[in-house]
Design a protein around this ligand. Sequence first.
Ligand SMILES: [Zn+2]
Length: 472
Amino acid sequence: MLKLFNTLSKKIEKFQPIKDKRVSIYSCGPTVYDYVHIGNLRTYLFNDILRRVLIYDGYKVKQVMNITDVGHLTDDADSGVDKLEKGAEREKKTVWDVAKFYEKEFLNDIRALNILMPDKLPHPTDHIKQQIKIIETLVKINFAYDAKEAVYFDVSKFPDYTKLSGQKLKDKKQAARTEVVKDLSKKNPADFALWFKLTGKFADHSMHWPSPWGEGFPGWHIECSAMSTEYLGQPFDIHTGGVDLIMPHHSNEIAQSQSASGKPLANYWLHGEHLLIKSGKPGHLDGEPRRMAKSENNFIRLKDIVDKGFSPLAFRYLVLGAHYQTKLNFSWESLRAAQNSLDHLLDLISELKGSPGKFMCADYAKAFDREINNNLDTARALSLTWRLLKKPNPDKLKISTIKKFDKVFGLDLLKGALIRKKIPNKIKELAKTRERLRKQKEFGKADDARAELEKLGYEINDTPEGPVVKKK
Ligand SMILES: [Zn+2]
């Protein structure tokens, strides 16, 4: 029985799909005006683990992820600029070219991390009609109003607005927003835009469509309400995203969808925690780890990881090692440790003889089931895998069990082990000799063995579990 933490109830709940053995998931995707960083990628990895666990449990999953190409402003209070326009100006390209380029880059990162491709990747610019329809309903029932610069949703009409976030409307964040929005003709500071008009700072906005309120473009939140229900119906089973989306994005999605239709948008709301990293800003170097952001000089892409000689799957391993609801501090040392552990795991698997069959180490398979179904506890499932490898079970059973586990991990464990196997015996022997010399405290001779390995094109890394040798 799968149990998941539902942000809506703030409790761990038993998962019960709407349709037997079928699950519909909507995951908020990227705004394609820039590269995604590894903090964003942690959220997509969490989506992927959820999906893989559901498939493991025998569900047929349909997952939709939006690719935002219009209307996402640089500020949550509707006072910023459209991120796509910002990207276009920076790169002297059209917004369409910018969107196309970064979508391709995003999909490459997803593939490199073994994230299963969503079944649909819709764009808001292809769903203007559906968005206008919801806004029309909201205006008709008086939950939205036509103001000077935009059509706004009136949050005072929706008493459950703060249910998902648990925040009070008059908290500090909202108070700060009052300052920002005083130039806008909103009734309440928390009201949010559904449709922007081509006026004021948006007079020259390059993307625009006709609507009952004049030429303009949709706000960010309405796209998810329109596209999720277009492909999954309403309500659907699970809505996912990063914790930063709880307020305002997901709260706004719920407000507009539930008000327009009288039905809940989704039954389960799951949120992945942040990846933190020390800021690279002068004066911040020794400070608390922070969220990744361009302005903090701590923006790391998957490409930066690969350029430093790590495999994308080492990052996947690092992420799997922490529960999705805990903050994870990223450092190059922790990534190095993850790479070494992954390599060592592959080495242990490569020493197993035989090929996978039908039978498994039943007690381990059962324990694995329990861990992953306990709110996706991949960290405990990983340590279980290490214990399995150290246990005196027949190799064939171990291989079959690991093959099954990897359907959730997505670490290419058997394929990776085959590649590790190709390291010549002579090299493996030399590495063992060096380790023996080190233990005998013959450090000079151990260093000679390392130099010899390096001359032959291999490097050796010492890990808590033992040394790992690999091609340079
Ligand atoms: Zn969204």
